[in-house]
Write a protein that binds this ligand. Sequence first.
Ligand code: GCO
Ligand code: MG
Length: 409
Amino acid sequence: MKIDRAEVIVTSPDRNFVTLRLTTDDGLVGLGDATLNGRELAVVAYLQEHVVPLLLGADAHRIEDTWQFLYRSAYWRRGPVTMAAIAAVDVALWDLKAQAAGMPLYQLLGGASRDKILAYGHASGRDLPELFDSIRKHQALGYRAIRVQTAIPGLKAIYGVAAQTQTSGKRYDYEPAQRAARPAEEDWDTRAYLRHLPTVFEGVRGEFGAELPLLHDGHHRMTPIQAARLGKSLEPYDLFWLEDCTPAENQDALRLVRSHTTIPLAIGEVFNTVWDYQTLIKDQLIDYVRSAVTHTGGISPLKKILDYAAQYQIKSGIHGPTDISPVGMAAALHLDLAIHNFGIQEYMQHGDATNSVFEQSFSFSDGYLHPGNKPGLGVQLNVDEAGKYPYQTAYLPFNRLADGTVHDW
Ligand code: GCO
Ligand code: MG
């Protein structure tokens, strides 16, 4: 099974996606997600200029060897662009191998360790009534675990809170990147946030009861001592996790947070190798690994990270917002089904245009996902549909404090 063709396909149905499509000499087609939100074209160039030429004629069965070759031969290691490019190759090769075996991919990863995959969705609101509506809407869609994000009195716009659209007045779930020539500017005030958030969780628990698993994303905005205080003040509301409470690159920050609170901690969506987790896992400073297959070099290395985490009773919480394409989502689901230390899977649903470009066999019902049983990943790329949606410049937003200082968002 030799790689005959390697194409990088950029499409922007509801948002930008980058997909690597490998075709073998025996006619199999494998897909890998290489989408890096807001920096998509950097990965396109990395793949087109430096990876595709090396893949042609290679043995598509040699997944680990190809991974090691791409990682080590570049000399320049790690980083989101490199790791997203390598991830796309790794996932496309797993897709091909599983198709060649005539099995759904999870079978090659050890087979199913569970029947179905618990998902969480994103509720948000500018005030409690709007937030309650959003939670009810998610429950009506079937979700059994819900992330709660809220506006803060006095702040105009906050990432993760859905905006009211001017034209229809209909509320949409937020989209991580906005189509625009420059990043949108939002505002931030940590003291106001620390005062307000516990009142929101008190309201949500009062309305929805003790049983519903609730999550919250701090999006790297706090210092360690602020995060420790937030963790303590949220303890009465029994969160499933507090995510990215401090900037993720400072692993030792979590030591301080951990020594003050029993709130479960999740981190890792901006990580791209096991080294970013070395202290966090071995010193048991986190409870959930948040990496995406797409940004961590693929299924092969993320499985290794999760197997390492399993020795310390740390579980998975694989990243799954809309900027993970259906290909990246399917890869996550095969891994979720196979590993023993599964925790939860993030699932923000894609729009109709995206679903027309990527035909999927994974399913979501009654709050649970399943990758389906088609051979391979179970996702096909409809190239004609993809061609209808050319790339559009889009950026993630950023924050400034009241005095104009740029802040983590
Ligand atoms: C999440 C994330 C996303 C990211 C986005 C960046 O937990 O789902 O924080 O909203 O910010 O994926 O591209
Ligand atoms: Mg997050």
